[in-house]
Design a protein around this ligand. Structure first.
Ligand code: PLP
Length: 377
């Protein structure tokens, strides 16, 4: 049986990892500035994480949501505390797409409406509603096509205002990434997020903060939307939440009331996933990783902006986009194969940095050193 060939892959096999380093089959060490696509939040194989998951697995790994699982409440308590939203409600699932799917559905249940506002350049996942709200026709299958999604330019307050003025009573939700990831690292302006908040308030629409990539401390605040100083109604999260263990969630405003059967999942919130997520939050808390993301990310951005060859540097904390001119399109491959550094990409010629939130200053400098060699060669 062959694998269904959907991923363009690099010819590297990783067999060992620790912190921000990974090793291939030849024992070559790589610096991981990609965090396995923004997933590795507390560093690979963090000892507290390994210990907590191992201990949990030797007790019980899974039972269904038909019984009490106190770990879920412990996770809700810790997440509420660290995110500063203790009064919100937690629903656990397994991935980012699933989190967004549930959020969009929940909004529709709440206000009994169908229309969704999403933005150009957005990526929200590959399940049916999430993909319909994703600005990439190539990955929307005919069965997922819907007229219920309205795409507007990102950061355009006027366009948003106009749509609400015309059809505000039909809008169920606005879904927005605090920092567009796949779209090329574009930060939502504070004014734009505040406008979403106020229009959603006026028209009883639901503000969904897709924090799957930009959330969980990556931006230097727990949710990058927090920079705007307003609360969203639903925060969706996944990637960094389990440091590689598949888990997603939505954090839901108290004004949306649950009823039995409204949402559901087989795997979501299982013992092992909760243990992984708790371990991540404990490390984020104990090691002050939000501050490190802000500091080390800020340092990286400042240094990167000094390169005249770089067209633009965008982002917040440890979610950084480096836009390069056409003639430097070799940089990403050179970083990997000549300097043994993993980075991500968004569109051709935008390098995405999404390292672990405990990236050290020393590793940041090592990246800058290699980056300067590839850019100046
Ligand atoms: C902003 C955003 N939302 C949703 C998703 C989908 O997450 P998943 O791949 O876990 O379904 C992604 C994945 O890259 C993402 O970046």
């Amino acid at each position: 049986m062959n694998l269904f060939n959907v991923y363009p892959i690099n010819s590297v096999e990783i067999i060992k990892a620790s912190g921000s380093s990974v090793w291939d089959t030849n024992g070559t060490e790589y610096l991981d500035m990609y965090g396995g696509h923004a997933v590795i939040s507390i560093g690979h194989t963090h000892p507290h994480y390994v210990k907590r998951i191992t201990a949990q697995l030797s007790q019980i790994g899974f039972y269904s949501n038909s019984v009490e699982i106190p770990l879920q409440q412990q996770l809700a308590n810790k997440l509420g505390e660290i995110s500063g939203k203790s009064n919100y409600q937690l629903f656990l699932c397994n991935s980012g797409a699933e989190a967004n799917e549930n959020a969009l559905k929940l909004a529709s249940f709440y206000n009994n409406r169908k229309k969704i506002i999403a933005f150009k350049g957005a990526f929200h996942g590959r399940t049916s509603l999430a993909v319909a709200a994703t600005d990439n026709p190539k990955i929307i299958a005919p069965v997922n096509e819907t007229k219920n999604v309205i795409f507007l330019p990102f950061n355009d307050e006027e366009a948003l205002f106009q749509v609400f003025a015309d059809q505000g009573n039909e809008i169920s939700s606005v879904i927005v990434e605090g920092i567009q990831g796949v779209g090329g690292i574009h930060v939502a302006s504070k004014e734009f997020l505040r406008k979403i908040r106020s229009l959603c308030d006026t028209f009883n629409a639901v503000y969904i903060a897709d924090s799957v990539q930009c959330g969980y401390g990556r931006s230097g605040k727990f949710y990058s939307h927090d920079y705007a100083g307003v609360d969203a109604d639903i925060y969706t999260m996944a990637k960094g939440m389990g440091n590689g263990f598949p888990i997603g969630a939505i954090s839901i405003t108290p004004k949306i009331k649950p009823w039995h059967g409204m949402l559901g999942t087989t795997f979501g919130g299982n013992h092992l996933a909760c243990a992984a997520a708790l371990a991540v939050l404990e490390v984020i808390d104990n090691e002050n990783l939000l501050l490190n993301a802000e500091k080390t990310g800020g340092y990286l951005m400042e240094e990167l902006k000094k390169f005249k060859q770089v067209k633009a540097v965008r982002g917040l904390g440890l979610m950084i986009g480096i836009e390069l001119p056409e003639e430097l399109s070799h940089v990403k491959k050179d970083l990997l194969f000549k300097h043994h550094i993993f980075t991500g990409e968004a569109k051709p010629n935008i390098i995405r940095l999404l390292p672990a939130l405990n990236l050290t200053q020393e590793k940041a400098d090592s990246f800058l050193d290699s980056f300067s060699k590839t850019v100046l060669q």
